[in-house]
Design a binder for this molecule. Structure first.
Ligand code: TRP
Ligand code: SF4
Length: 325
């Protein structure tokens, strides 16, 4: 079986964007690969070193959501990056062979430098974080790395670092392939990308009532100012959810109703909202079973950490010997 590694920063409660962006995919991969999914808590520090409060709590919250939505610790290894100190050692050793220009020309780096304001990104850690990511991936000798397009350059860089390591020392590591997560487009309530910081997200843990209220006021085709104005579903942010959740018959009916203005937006959304709510029912049940049992989540992490630790120790022995340390 091939090995998969992927990580996520501890963002706390997950929303529908996470679900359709990565998680559904992770859940499917569990059966086909040997999977390692981890909380990238050191990565969180690369952009937010000055506000580390909450990383710990967000870690637990996120893993609880992972478990509730269907990641199964029997079928994948779930662990915390900062618990496996070997990641830091490999990061250090890889940094010795990584040319600085490789990091400076990384498109994601350049983009974030330009786009993220109000955070200090001028640090060594931020420039070097793709090397840490390479260490995360190489530690478990991953063959495939499921990520979104924004992360693809980092996997490309990992491949370059792998080639360099294998050439300079000894071939130990496979070159990992990107497994592009084809994200279903899922805008937030205001039509922008769904994000906690934009306050436009539907959280998995929202109650049915909250989901109903939020989605009922989700942005629609701006052309439908009045009830009798015809609309175009393809221009409607809410319709992206119809495409994910509704039956083809329902999609056909509301599309027609939208185009000839025979259905109002609220009624149209109701058709979709009931699916969103019922789809999350098993999640809510599982999640509520964790209520007040945070220690179970911690146990899952401890068990995962032990497995990861064993593999990391072995990899590092090989690495040290290849470098003749
Ligand atoms: N950098 C990724 C992000 O910001 C998270 C991450 C860290 C990761 N290490 C990884 C993803 C290794 C895949 C593989 O989302
Ligand atoms: Fe969107 Fe439905 Fe309103 Fe059309 S009728 S704009 S598809 S919510």
């Amino acid at each position: 079986m091939e090995t998969i590694v992927s990580g996520a920063r501890p963002t706390g409660r997950l929303h529908l964007g996470h679900l359709h962006g990565a998680l559904k995919n992770w859940i499917r991969l569990q059966d086909k690969y040997r999977c390692f999914f981890f909380v990238a808590d050191w990565h969180a520090l690369t952009t937010d070193y000055s506000s580390p409060q909450g990383i710990r709590e967000n870690t637990i919250e996120m893993v609880m959501d992972w478990l509730s939505i269907g990641l199964d610790p029997e079928r994948c290894v779930i662990f915390r990056q900062s618990s496996i100190k070997e990641h830091a050692e490999l990061y250090l050793l890889l940094s010795m062979i990584t040319p600085v220009p490789w990091l400076e020309r990384n498109p994601t780096y350049k983009e974030q430098m330009n786009e993220i304001v109000g955070k200090d990104l001028s640090t060594y850690g931020f420039l070097g974080y793709p090397v840490l990511q390479a260490a995360d991936i190489m530690m478990y000798k991953a063959h495939k790395v499921p990520v979104g397009v924004d992360q693809a350059p980092h996997v490309e860089l990992t491949r370059e670092i792998v080639r360099r390591f294998n050439q300079v020392y000894r071939p130990i590591f496979p070159e990992p392939d990107v497994l592009l997560t084809e994200t279903q487009k899922l805008p937030g309530l205001d039509g922008r990308k769904m994000s906690k910081s934009y306050h436009n997200a539907v959280f998995l843990s929202d109650s049915p009532k909250e989901i109903d209220q939020k989605l009922s006021r989700m942005m629609t085709d701006p052309a439908r100012v009045r009830r009798h104005d015809p609309g175009e579903p393809e221009k409607c942010p809410a319709f992206n959810l119809h495409k994910i959740y509704c039956t083809s018959q329902e999609i056909k009916e509301v599309s027609e109703g939208c185009r000839n203005a025979s259905i109002g937006c609220l009624d149209c959304k109701k058709v979709m909202i009931k699916h969103v709510i019922s789809d999350l029912e098993p999640y809510r049940e599982k999640k509520s079973s964790y209520e007040g049992r945070v220690s179970e989540v911690e146990d899952v992490l401890s068990a995962g950490n032990r497995i990861a630790q064993d593999i990391a120790s072995n990899t590092m022995e090989e690495v040290r010997s290849a470098i003749t340390l």
